[in-house]
Ligand binder design. Structure first.
Ligand code: SF4
Ligand code: SF4
Length: 433
């Protein structure tokens, strides 16, 4: 029997958790807002993150929400079942501290934060989910799937380690299983028409993203990477149609900036590509530090970034099965996640981003305990060394204790790039924001 004293103690703990969680999230939101050069049209993205993490509200669309823990669970099936997907990978420091007591010491902070949120039961965006889909891409994901299934409705998806035809066929059958689970939960049948409509909805978001990427590529210094990553992070909690409409407005503002030569800086700030373990709001300390220290995040290859929507599905057979096959191919074949044994795709994607965005240095982020990304570092260092691109590995955790150390290393890296920059070339920018 629960005593009054225990109830009061739990209420005090909950109040402390809410206060710390909202303070940290509000602080990071404020730092993003205070960063100069935000384009017009950022409000819906900032408001979304504020609503979820500062006001602690759900996505509130009137539809069922389905949580996912990886970009490899296709959103299209969720929309086709009449529900809305939310991405639940967490970057929350307060939830991490709770999860630190539940998960083993060497588990990554992302899953500790997920465990912390579930333990407290205080985050509507987690509590509202009718189903959580956990693609098993690493040991941490496997174990968190087990933990979550003790408290809520969970479906695990097996992610193959390679991308051959047999593996794709096997993944197709998992997508049919996923469709059946979604139909059970939502009570809505996934039909040819509803799936085609879902492709149209996500296709609009992919189109706007491709415009956004094109604009950034054609005109360097049009937007700061921290703002771009904020836009991408908010996609986790916005229905794709709303997100696409909001991004359309940002794109319009970037087009007019490009036309008038209005850039975020008229200095040649060192252009940095950020890659590695996921960077999830509010854990934005690394992009913020880079840009507060005088660099610019000109490219982002992380899975809360452009990766989730970058590759559209290609339909070669215009049937229901053909659409499922297109989703299976899109989810696995181009995915640069290091969970696959062969990472040629990842190297190819990084080199493409370096070329497209005139990258001068790469920051490789490793969340403490994230072995899949850490394993990749050596090969990437070698490959980029051959291109003459400097790269550093930054390990971080979900707290602010490592901020000073990160600041020193980022500052030194930015100075190194500045020293390597060609002297004498002047910026063509006409006006600084
Ligand atoms: S890092 Fe890889 S496994 Fe993790 S969520 Fe992203 S794509 Fe999925
Ligand atoms: S891929 Fe890395 S960050 Fe993601 S759950 Fe696994 S260990 Fe954690």
């Amino acid at each position: 029997m629960i005593t009054t004293r225990e109830t009061e103690r739990k209420a005090r703990q909950d109040r402390r958790f809410i206060s710390k969680e909202t303070q940290t999230s509000a602080k990071y939101l404020r730092r993003i807002e205070e960063l100069s050069g935000a384009p017009e049209g950022m409000e819906p993205f900032l408001e979304t993150l504020g609503r979820i993490y500062v006001d602690m509200k759900g996505v509130d669309t009137g539809r069922k929400t389905i949580g996912t823990y990886c970009v490899m669970a296709p959103q299209e099936l969720i929309y086709a079942a009449g529900a809305v997907p939310v991405k639940l990978c967490s970057g929350n420091y307060t939830a991490f501290f709770v999860g630190d007591d539940i998960a083993p010491r060497d588990a990554c902070p992302l899953v500790k934060a997920v465990a912390g949120f579930k333990q407290t039961g205080l985050m509507p965006v987690y509590e509202d989910c009718s189903l959580m889909i956990v693609p098993v891409t690493c040991d941490c994901k496997k174990k968190i799937a087990g933990m979550l299934s003790e408290q809520c409705n969970v479906m695990t998806m097996h992610i193959p380690t390679s991308k051959g035809d047999d593996e794709i066929d096997e993944f197709v059958s998992q997508l049919y299983d996923m469709a059946a689970r979604l139909e059970d939960v939502t009570g809505t049948r996934i039909t040819y028409d509803s799936l085609a409509e879902a492709f149209r909805i996500t296709g609009r978001a992919q189109y706007e993203l491709s415009e956004f990427i094109r604009l950034k590529k054609e005109k360097p210094y049009l937007i700061r990477g921290t703002h771009a990553m904020t836009i991408m992070n908010s996609a986790a909690y916005m229905p794709a149609e709303d997100w696409a409409a909001a991004l359309h407005k940002v794109n319009a503002s970037l087009k007019s900036r490009a036309k008038s030569g209005q850039l975020v800086t008229n200095k040649k700030l060192p252009r940095i590509l950020l890659t590695g373990s996921p960077i999830v709001f509010p854990n934005m300390k690394i992009p913020l530090l880079i840009e507060e220290m005088g660099g610019i995040v000109a490219g982002d290859e992380t899975c809360m970034g452009e990766r989730g929507l970058y590759d559209p599905p290609v339909i070669t057979d215009d049937s229901f099965d053909g659409m499922i096959m297109a989703l299976a191919n899109r989810s696995l074949r181009p995915c640069p996640c290091p969970t696959f044994a062969d990472n040629t795709q990842r190297i190819y994607r990084l080199k493409q981003l370096i070329k497209d965005n005139q990258i001068q240095g790469v920051i490789y982020h490793v969340l403490r305990g994230c072995l899949v990304y850490d394993f990749e570092y050596k090969r990437i260092e070698e490959e980029l060394g051959q291109l003459g691109i400097p790269v550093i590995r930054l390990e971080s955790d979900y707290n602010e204790e490592d901020v000073e150390q990160l600041r020193i290393r980022i500052e030194a890296f930015i100075e190194l790039i500045k020293l390597r920059q060609e002297p004498g070339k002047r910026s063509t920018a006409r006006r600084e924001i």
